[in-house]
Design a protein around this ligand. Structure first.
Ligand code: COA
Length: 427
C-alpha cells in the first residue's frame, strides 16, 4: 500500500503523506497543502476530517465497536466502575489497587464546593433549566479555584481534572435540588461516586435517600456509557476552546453548552418526550409514517458515526429492564412503546436502508425517568459523566508537542471588495 496520495491541481501535482493509526482508517496529511498549493480542503461537519491524533477512544461505527484505551465498552460496563474508567481515560492504563485507592481518595477529597459557591445557585430563577445552571456554574469554578488555572503546569492540570470529576456530581445534584425547591445535601466521603450523587440528588431533610445496589449500579453504568466518545461536537468544542490556552473550567463549560443541543446530548430528553407524544402502541404506525414523510425525526435513532447498533445502546437496554423491573415499572407504557418502535424501525426498509439503529439515548431517558430524574436533568447527567472524557482529551491535547491553536478556514462566497457608500447614496 502506498504511503502517499497524489493530488493533481491543474498541471501541478502534490504528494500528500498518508499516516497510519494503530487501527481504523488511514489519514491523508494535508497540513502543508495550503502552503504549497494555495488551496484549502472543504469538509463542513468534519465528516472526513481527523482533527487530531488521539490514543483515548476508538469507534468503528460500521462494526458497532467502542473501545476506551483498547477496552470494549461492554466489558467496562460489566466489570469496571465509573471511577476506574475515569482513571483509565485520564492515564491510559487500568490502575493497580494502590493507584486506584489514591485516585479514589483524591476525587473524594475534592467533592465539596466552596461555601460561597452555593450562593451562586440562588442567583438563578427557580425554573431555570439545570443545563443553564451547569454552564454558568462550571465556568464559575475558575473564580473559586484560581490555584489550578495554569494550563502549562502538568500538576495544576491534574488537580483541575480531579476537581472537575469530583465536583460535577455536587454541582449537578445542587442544580436539581434547586429546581425542586429543596435544600442542598453535602457529599459524604464514605459513599461511592454514584451513591453519593444519588443521595445528594434525592435526600430531603425529612427523609434520607435509601441506597439500593441495583440503582447505584445502574447510575454507575450510565456514567460509564457516557464517559467519552472520541472527537464528537462537544469534545471538539473543548479541544478548540483549550487550544487557545483557555483554562479547563472555561473549556468544560464550553463543552456543556455544546452538549445541550438536541442533536447531541439533548437527544435523550427529546427521545423520552417523543415516546410521551406517541402515547400508545396504537399510535406508532402513524408516527412512523410522519417520520417517513419527513415531518420529524425519530429521536434516539441514528448516529453520525454508528451505522450499526450503538454498542452502548445494548448495555443501556439491559440496564433499563433491570431498573424498571426493580421499581415495578416492567409494564411502563413508554417502555412498551419503545420496544415496539424499535422492533418496527429495525425491520422497516426506510430505517434499515439508512442504517438507522437505536442510539444510547433511546433507552437512557426511560431509565432515568424511572429512577426519579425529570427529563430536563438527562443532559446534566450526560455532562457529569462526559466531563472525564472532555478533560482527558483536553489533557492529551496539552501533552501533544504539535499543539496549535485551532483555526479552521472557509470557502468564502460573500461579496468581494466594494467601496463604502454614504447612507443617502444607497437604495
Ligand atoms: N429519524 C429519521 N430519519 C433520520 C434520522 C432519524 N433520527 N437520522 C437520520 N435520518 C435520515 C436523514 O433524514 C437522511 O435521510 P436522507 O438520506 O433520505 O436525506 C439520512 O437518515 C442520513 O441522515 P444524516 O442527517 O445525514 O445523518 P447524520 O449523520 O448527519 O445525523 C444525527 C446524525 C444523530 C444528527 C441524526 O441521526 C439525528 O438527528 N438523530 C436524532 C437525534 C439523536 O438521537 N441524536 C443522538 C445522537 S447520540
Amino acid at each position: 500500500m502506498t504511503d502517499k496520495a497524489t493530488l493533481n491541481i491543474g498541471d501541478k501535482s502534490y504528494d500528500l503523506p498518508i499516516l497510519k493509526g494503530s487501527t481504523g482508517p488511514d489519514v491523508v496529511d494535508v497540513r502543508k497543502l495550503y502552503g504549497e498549493a494555495d488551496v484549502f480542503t472543504y469538509d463542513p461537519g468534519f465528516t472526513s476530517t481527523a482533527s487530531c491524533e488521539s490514543k483515548i477512544t476508538y469507534i468503528d461505527g460500521d462494526a458497532g465497536v467502542l473501545l476506551h484505551r483498547g477496552y470494549p465498552i461492554d466489558q467496562l460496563a460489566e466489570k469496571s466502575s465509573f471511577l476506574e474508567v475515569c482513571y483509565l481515560l485520564l492515564n491510559g492504563e487500568l490502575p493497580t489497587a494502590p493507584e486506584f485507592a489514591e485516585f479514589e481518595r483524591n476525587i473524594t477529597y475534592h467533592t465539596m464546593l466552596h461555601a460561597q459557591f452555593d450562593r451562586f445557585f440562588s442567583g438563578f430563577r427557580s425554573d431555570a433549566h439545570p443545563m443553564a445552571i451547569m454552564t454558568g456554574a462550571v465556568g464559575a469554578l475558575s473564580a473559586f479555584y484560581a490555584d489550578s488555572l495554569n494550563v502549562d503546569d502538568p500538576k495544576q492540570r491534574e488537580i483541575s481534572a480531579h476537581r472537575l470529576i469530583a465536583k460535577m456530581p455536587t454541582i449537578a445534584a445542587r442544580a436539581f435540588q434547586y429546581s425542586q425547591g429543596r435544600p442542598f445535601v453535602s457529599p459524604r466521603n464514605d459513599l461511592s461516586y454514584a451513591e453519593n450523587f444519588l443521595r445528594m440528588s434525592f435526600s430531603v431533610p425529612a427523609e434520607d435517600w435509601k441506597p439500593n445496589p441495583v440503582l447505584t449500579r445502574a447510575m454507575d453504568r450510565i456514567f460509564i456509557l457516557h464517559a467519552d466518545h472520541e472527537q464528537n461536537a462537544s469534545t471538539s468544542t473543548v479541544r478548540l476552546a483549550g487550544s487557545s490556552g483557555a483554562h479547563p473550567f472555561a473549556c468544560i463549560a464550553a463543552g456543556i453548552a455544546c452538549l445541550w443541543g438536541p442533536s447531541h446530548g439533548g437527544a435523550n430528553q427529546e427521545a423520552l418526550e417523543m415516546l410521551q407524544v406517541i402515547g400508545s402502541v396504537d399510535n406508532i404506525k402513524d408516527y412512523v409514517q410522519g417520520v417517513k414523510d419527513r415531518k420529524y425525526k425519530l429521536m434516539g435513532f441514528g448516529h453520525r458515526v454508528y451505522k450499526n447498533y450503538d454498542p452502548r445502546a445494548k448495555v443501556m437496554q439491559k440496564t433499563c429492564h433491570e431498573v424498571l423491573d426493580l421499581l415495578g415499572h416492567g409494564n411502563d407504557p413508554l417502555l412498551q412503546i419503545a420496544m415496539e418502535l424499535e422492533k418496527i424501525a429495525l425491520n422497516d426498509p426506510y430505517f434499515v436502508d439508512r442504517k438507522l439503529y437505536p442510539n444510547i439515548d433511546f433507552y437512557s431517558g426511560i431509565t432515568l425517568r424511572a429512577m426519579g430524574f425529570p427529563s430536563n436533568m438527562f443532559t446534566v447527567l450526560f455532562a457529569l459523566a462526559r466531563t472525564v472524557g472532555w478533560i482527558s482529551q483536553w489533557k492529551e491535547m496539552f501533552e501533544d508537542p504539535q499543539r496549535k491553536i485551532g483555526r479552521p478556514r472557509q470557502l468564502y462566497t460573500g461579496a468581494t471588495h466594494r467601496d463604502y457608500l454614504a447612507i443617502d447614496k444607497r437604495g
